[in-house]
Design a protein around this ligand. Structure first.
Ligand SMILES: Cc1ncc(COP(=O)(O)O)c(C=O)c1O
Ligand SMILES: N[C@@H](CCOP(=O)(O)O)C(=O)O
Length: 428
């Protein structure tokens, strides 16, 4: 296991943690998969589904051979993450307008979001290296996840959170797990720039998605979807796009599945961004069909969005660090990007909530984007898809209030919640 620069191919040992190459390129973990293939791994992964009291009970560490084989079991910090439900409901499938749709509820992770799949790997790696101060900048889910795992491992978590436009629930969750929470004026983009420049000097191990170990853990999401579906993936995989960690991890995981012979062809991938934070989509549109040029970031026309603004606060990112990996993934999967409005996101969220699954606004971008792509004919009605629902409904209760009654409980009670008198109610 090494880290390799996706731009200039320089190699780095994973024993000395770094996030970017000297040339500015993103790093990615490479494995030696000699002796491993689907024929050997499928029964091994299946046998671990009945594990109870070992790290292999985790929906991430079940795939340890493909994620971080060199990290010794005793260093692993796990909370039985993964193992989340894959749901098919009439409401969501009809709303999308396609033949079959599965939704992977990453909201069922221990801290309530998909970040746990990646964070268990990053925090385990930090413990393996002997780092004691872990850091991230976050709109709230990365920080909740980091502070939960740091608490389990007895390590310190320092988190930088924007002082506006994020969900208070997530900051409270982060505080509750005991992190040192630092509020700043700016967005995720300012926070990640700060960590890129100062983390090493400050002795901080960064757990954001520029950390390639985070991405290794997150790729287990597509492994689980594939295993849940008998190692046959649907035609399309749909993900919301913010910092683009999910899109990057999906690309890495799909390549693993293909190279090792688990799947015979790659599904197509759609990345869905919010209209107010669509810098990646704009670049993909401008490139109009151009393939990612061997991840040569310098030659790519990426223009950050200086003032991202969306109600789906987890997507409120103007300069997603992982865009070169995400572009490469779209090139490899013949994928697409699309944007949706906040109104479309909140409408799709209501459908997911009323289907009984539930999610936070950012997650619903996946369903809103799928519906749009089907209506545009990009995705055919007879095709099948899986969407990744990234965060829990309770992560942003303000959004629920706003959707139902402009954030005013008074109106909610008057218009949607019936008041009854128990003494006189003959029937309900
Ligand atoms: C709930 C939720 N959905 C979607 C995203 C966007 O995912 P990514 O940053 O991997 O693109 C995030 C944050 O990153 C998130 O917290
Ligand atoms: N929405 C995210 C943004 C952080 O992205 P990361 O992938 O770099 O950790 C959050 O939850 O903070």
């Amino acid at each position: 296991m090494n880290a390799v620069c996706i731009q200039c191919q320089s190699l780095f040992a994973i024993e000395s943690m770094r996030y970017l190459c000297d040339c500015g390129g993103l790093l990615e973990i490479t494995h030696n998969y000699d002796g491993l293939d689907a024929e050997y791994l499928k029964p091994l992964f299946a046998s671990r589904l009945s594990e109870r009291n070992s790290i292999y009970a985790s929906g991430v560490w079940r795939y340890k051979e493909l994620i971080a084989p060199e990290i010794p079991d005793h260093a692993i910090v796990s909370k039985n993450e993964g193992n989340t439900g894959l749901y098919e409901t009439i409401q969501t499938t009809q709303y999308a307008g396609i033949r079959r749709l599965w939704l992977k509820a990453q909201s069922e992770n221990p801290s309530g979001s998909f970040k746990d799949n990646g964070m268990t790997a990053a925090v385990s790696h930090a413990r393996y290296l002997g780092c004691s101060r872990l850091a991230c900048t976050s709109t709230g889910n990365t920080s909740s996840s980091l502070s939960m795992y740091a608490a389990i491992a007895g390590l310190d978590a320092v988190v930088l959170v924007p002082n506006s436009d994020i969900s208070p629930n997530k900051v409270l969750q982060t505080l509750a797990y005991g992190a040192d929470v630092c509020s700043f004026s700016g967005t995720y983009d300012d926070g990640i720039r700060f960590l890129e420049e100062h983390a090493n000097r400050l002795g901080l191990y960064v757990c954001n998605s520029i950390n390639p170990m985070r991405i290794e853990g997150q790729k287990s999401i597509i492994f689980e979807i594939a295993q849940d579906l008998g190692w046959v993936l649907p035609d399309w995989i749909i993900v919301p796009g913010g910092a683009l960690s999910n899109a990057s991890a999906l690309g890495k995981g799909l390549q693993d599945l293909y190279t090792l012979g688990f799947i015979e062809k790659l599904p197509q991938v759609a990345v869905v961004q919010a209209e107010g934070a669509q810098s990646f989509h704009r670049m993909i549109e401008a490139a109009s069909g151009n393939k990612c040029p061997a991840a040569g970031a310098a030659s790519m026309p990426f223009v950050p969005e200086p003032n991202p603004q969306t109600r789906a606060s987890a997507l409120n990112i103007g300069s997603p660090p992982s865009w070169p990996k995400a572009w490469r993934m779209l090139s490899q999967t013949n994928g697409v990007s699309v944007t949706v409005s906040d109104a479309e996101i909140l409408e799709a969220k209501a459908v997911i909530d009323r289907s009984g699954i539930g999610c936070e606004p950012a997650s619903a971008a996946a369903l809103a984007g799928l519906r749009k792509l089907v209506s545009q004919g990009v995705i055919h009605r007879e095709q099948t898809a899986a969407g990744i629902l990234t965060g829990h409904l309770l992560k942003d209760t303000e959004a629920i209030k706003e959707y139902h009654q402009d954030g005013r409980w008074g109106d909610l009670l008057r218009n949607e919640v019936r008041t009854i008198h128990l003494q006189t109610a003959g029937s309900i």
